[in-house]
Design a protein around this ligand. Sequence first.
Ligand code: DGT
Ligand code: CA
Ligand code: CA
Ligand code: ZN
Length: 606
Amino acid sequence: MSGALRLDLRSGMALKDDAVRLLEEIAAMLELLGEDKFRVNAHHRAARSLEGFGGDLESLVDDPAKLKQIPGIGQKVADKIVELHTTGRIREHDELAARVPRGLFDVLAVPGLGPKTVKAMWDRLGVESIDDLKRIIDDGSILTLERMGQRSVDKIAASLEFLQTSAERLPLGLALPVAERMVEHMRAHKSVTRAAYAGSLRRGRDTIGDIDILVSATDAAAAGEHFRSAPGVVAVLAAGESKSSVRVALDADLGRWGAEEGRAVQVDLRVVPEESWGAALMYFTGSKEHNVRMRERALKKAMTLNEYGLFAQDTDPEPPHKRGIAPIASRSEEEVYAALDLPFLPPEIREDRDELNAGETPRLVECADIKAELHAHTTESDGRLSLDELVQAAIDRGFHTIAVTDHSRSSAQAGGLDVDRLRAQREQIERARETFQGRITILHGCEVDILADGALDFDDDTLAWLDLVVASPHAALSQDAKAATARLIKAVSNPFVHILGHPTGRLIGRRKGLEPAMDELIAAAVEHDTALEINAHWLRLDLRDTHVRAAVDAGATIAIDCDVHALADFDNLRYGISTARRGWVKPEHCINTWPAHKLHTWLART
Ligand code: DGT
Ligand code: CA
Ligand code: CA
Ligand code: ZN
């Protein structure tokens, strides 16, 4: 990954995180190489102790004597931390890494596999990668290892599968642009009369298994051919009359987060008859669970529903569309819902979460409703936009309010501001207010770190002096659920906090983040009238959809923010909106949609 995002994510505890990881790796490599147990344990212990260390490592590193006061850190490890800080690496780590195949770390990361077992696999069976591990499972040679029975092997196989399926699901923000380009490509073909994406993507899920494209065409074969020769197609997996599957490489532009480079996504095409477009779109949008409920409902009304339409039920085993029977409804989704006495249900809520009882089409929040960005960084911390550029960008989007919320001091890697710099920033804000007078309201806020124990990075006087406070967790994101719950409840209970930013700190497909007791956190947020953020970055989407729904049901207030670090981040809004809609957020639930006076009154309540 590169750029602003990395800085944001690394903020604060980067040295500690790096040190913990490298020390753990040294311990693992020593063990894999069969080195002295004492050295292995010393590194393990140091890593674990460092992980739990709540202080500011950066400030200790100039004085190794102080480092050694952290329990479990001896002279040698202290030297390594200093070496890491000054040179960015640990020589011993480099030397060991030259002797241990990198792929063994992937093997070690499989839940249930410890260094001892992995060492045996490496020594006896030549395992150096996940592929090798699969091989020894498939050919049964894994069973020749000591203490390795069929039950353990089954467990390892299950873990492997979980890792791979969760890694293979693509973040929404990488899949959607591919799908949009594919739809454009299909529309450009002369025989195509309709084209749309369906599936989980249309439902706005945070991750996508594969992309489903639906078209109707006067010449299905030609449309399929056109699909399979789309730009970016790297493999054709299936080529049928009305059904094709390909793999499409992710655009290098999208791969600006380096790790995504070289990835591809499966895209399925279905060519459907124009007259059954609505029924087909509904069917292939899913979810499967929603479809099941819809079919049940049809059956209760003596009808059958399939991808060709809604038909009157009869006893003929041959499907009705094959017998030339005209459907009751099929042309549009609206028609099909109406024929089943249902209002149109937006794709985002078709998840069998009681949507069939909605009564009417819920008026869910839309991009156009958003009138304020309340979480944005400037060059003062880790943003790329100057204050004036940020304000202009917000004006260009038609917003009535922009909040400047640079990081606080604990996010040292992100250039977090201490109290003095924060106070000095007010002058800049005042100048910008003059420059942009009458065009937008500029709020002076801050994204204040929630420390591991729930304390905030600034005292109450400082927080009270600000127009808006976003409190967010950035470090200690692997603490246990109980500690996380207490930590976040403490933050939302602070009367000066307006918004809890990216509440769990999860990174989709990369980091689980905090797992607080959501009902308790939501209850505290409601009690203290603190808004819960849906961070719109497609790697975050935090809160996630199910938690948003729980929050809305409990009467919580929601903020949808782009956490702007660069101009393009404003465009992530649609991902945040998808997540909000999946949580049944209506405009009135979301402070970013409120008229200026209502929002400003709410912010000024303390
Ligand atoms: P994904 O791709 O894993 O993110 O999730 P979806 O929902 O896109 O699932 P996918 O691609 O397997 O299928 C697309 C839609 O097609 C799905 O949402 C509902 C429909 N569909 C596919 N297979 C079945 C099925 O066996 N039964 C029913 N009722 N619907 C299906
Ligand atoms: Ca799909
Ligand atoms: Ca599919
Ligand atoms: Zn931020």
